[in-house]
Design a binder for this molecule. Sequence first.
Ligand SMILES: NC(=O)c1ccc[n+]([C@@H]2O[C@H](COP(=O)([O-])OP(=O)(O)OC[C@H]3O[C@@H](n4cnc5c(N)ncnc54)[C@H](OP(=O)(O)O)[C@@H]3O)[C@@H](O)[C@H]2O)c1
Length: 285
Amino acid sequence: MILVTGATGHVGGELVRRLAAAAHPVRAMTRRPAEARFPAGVETVYGDADDPASLDAAFAGAEAAFLMSAQGVGTAPGPTHDLALAAAAARAGLRRLVKLSVLDGGAGSDVIARWHAEAEAAVTDPSRDWTWTLLRPGRFMSNALQWAGQIRAGDEVSVPFADRPAASIDPADVAEIAALALTTDEHAGAAYELSGPESLTPADELAVLGKTLDRDLHLRPVPDDAARTGMTRYGFPPEVVDAIMQRTLESDRGAEVLATVEKVLGRRPRTFTEWAGAHVSAFGG
Ligand SMILES: NC(=O)c1ccc[n+]([C@@H]2O[C@H](COP(=O)([O-])OP(=O)(O)OC[C@H]3O[C@@H](n4cnc5c(N)ncnc54)[C@H](OP(=O)(O)O)[C@@H]3O)[C@@H](O)[C@H]2O)c1
């Protein structure tokens, strides 16, 4: 049995569909089993990373698991959800873990790096009996869904950091690699830094969406200080806001096109144009 956490999310949802289509036994974890819709044959289980007892029930009898956490950096002193998931995997005797992390994992010294270093260490802990694979993607193409409400409502779209490029990746590609790592031995011990096939700014991505939807979309840039204020108002701690601003404005690391997806999957990663074409309905298209 393969347990998928974050099964209603962008990566987890694609992963559940892919594993089920290949007839692997899959258990999909969600906090809202009554509302979630999974393909026929998928077992649905309640699980909340804030509730260790629910995790014991979710992990029981699984041999492999896809682990992700939606816990925001700085919302707790450390990544308690990642640690709770790894602890549950240990109690249940899992043999194989695939963890969704972030580009560069815990490299660096800021609050974001420290958080992800601790989260990854819970999985790569050499005293554990499982094999592990780390997936470290950069920006997701699905982040463009943040614009969906504005695009459905009109032609003007407010976009922060509109000129900062990233080689964003389709979550479906991340899921495809996760499926391989969960079902074969070849990816044990690998930490895959992942990107999409081209470096685009959010402005470029909005232009692709306009073309895909046949709409004349206008970008309204959000000044950097307004983006900072927005994150603070949203509840991000000051040191997290500082780290996000520094990473976004002063590093081009996420803009680099990496060869990993092509090496692992034997094909080029999906483009933003392809992602947009597959998600037009979310934008009212
Ligand atoms: N977005 C990016 O650009 C980017 C880039 C690199 C890495 N990442 C990483 O990717 C992950 C996000 O993946 P995604 O986009 O696939 O997720 P997502 O679409 O944002 O979905 C969040 C998932 O988290 C689950 N969840 C939320 N709170 C939970 C809790 N307390 N216990 C258990 N599950 C909980 C939700 O499940 P239910 O609501 O059904 O319970 C949902 O399936 C994050 O770890 C992020 O660091 C994101």
